[in-house]
Write a protein that binds this ligand. Structure first.
Ligand SMILES: [Zn+2]
Length: 259
């Protein structure tokens, strides 16, 4: 599942292709907006908010998309082949570039002044201009009995973390994923580390939390179930937590992250 850093890069790619140019094609392949036509309108810009994308269009319109599990935006020169079948949800194109939204989890077209209804519930965006660690900590503390593993994925607390950054951040802080939020003394240190990890990866594909970009060495625990911990040699554990099916996966080291 794309996490905040991947969504941030997607927004940058869409800005490069669409900003400041009038649309020559808009093709919504979702029932609710099948008749919408944005042709002739200029794209103002695309912003990321946590894992959400907001493409603002001339005339007080915003296209809201979310990649969810396996969505992506493909950018290519206009006229290039578009993936066949029913996986394309939205095409936005200008004379030069086309952006094709494939398997998007959400596609909405709203008034720009109604964006808050879609993203207003989000906590501070780890990669946004509004990033505010104190506010993230305040929101986390609002439910002290919750497990920290679930709380970090709740985008109402802070926006942008998925299963990879959850696992890696908790490993690096030595925190067992089922520990209660109220039992963690240094929540500020925890959220600041998560922010630094996402920021360090926002400029390139892939997730490197070890500082070592070689493919087999990029993470501490994520993708390493059953293999020895890089610090203590204990085999990395794999389990499930939380209610959302796509967000259950958790990896941890029982040696470095004791109960
Ligand atoms: Zn370990």
């Amino acid at each position: 599942m794309p996490e905040g850093d991947a969504v941030y890069r997607t927004a940058a790619r869409l800005r490069g292709a669409l900003d400041g140019r009038p649309l020559t094609r808009s093709d919504f392949r979702v029932p609710r907006h099948a008749t919408a036509d944005l042709t002739g309108r200029q794209v103002i810009t695309t912003l990321s908010r946590g894992k959400h994308l907001l493409t603002r269009i001339e005339g007080d319109l915003t296209v809201h998309t979310h990649l969810r599990m396996e969505g992506s935006w493909l950018v290519s020169e206009t006229g290039r082949r578009i993936p066949p079948g029913d996986q394309v949800r939205l095409i936005l194109a200008n004379e030069r570039w086309q952006a094709v939204g494939v398997r998007l989890g959400m596609v909405d077209l709203v008034r720009t002044d109604g964006e808050a209804r879609l993203v207003g519930h989000l906590g501070p965006d780890l990669l946004g201009p509004d990033w505010d660690p104190d506010e993230a900590v305040r929101r986390l503390r609002g439910a002290p009995g919750r497990t920290i593993g679930e709380a970090l994925l709740d985008q109402r607390n802070l926006a942008g973390i998925g299963t990879i950054y959850r696992a890696e951040t908790l490993f690096l802080r030595g925190i067992w994923p089922w520990r209660r939020v109220g039992e963690i003394e240094d929540l500020a240190g925890l959220v600041s580390l998560a922010q630094r990890l996402l920021a360090a990866n926002k400029g390139h594909a892939g997730t490197v939390t070890t500082g070592d970009r070689r493919p087999a060495n990029q993470t501490w625990v994520y993708g390493r179930a059953g293999r020895p911990c890089r610090r203590c040699g204990t085999r990395i554990s794999r389990g499930e937590m939380g209610a959302q099916p796509q967000e259950r996966l958790i990896l941890w080291c029982a040696g470095c992250q004791p109960r």
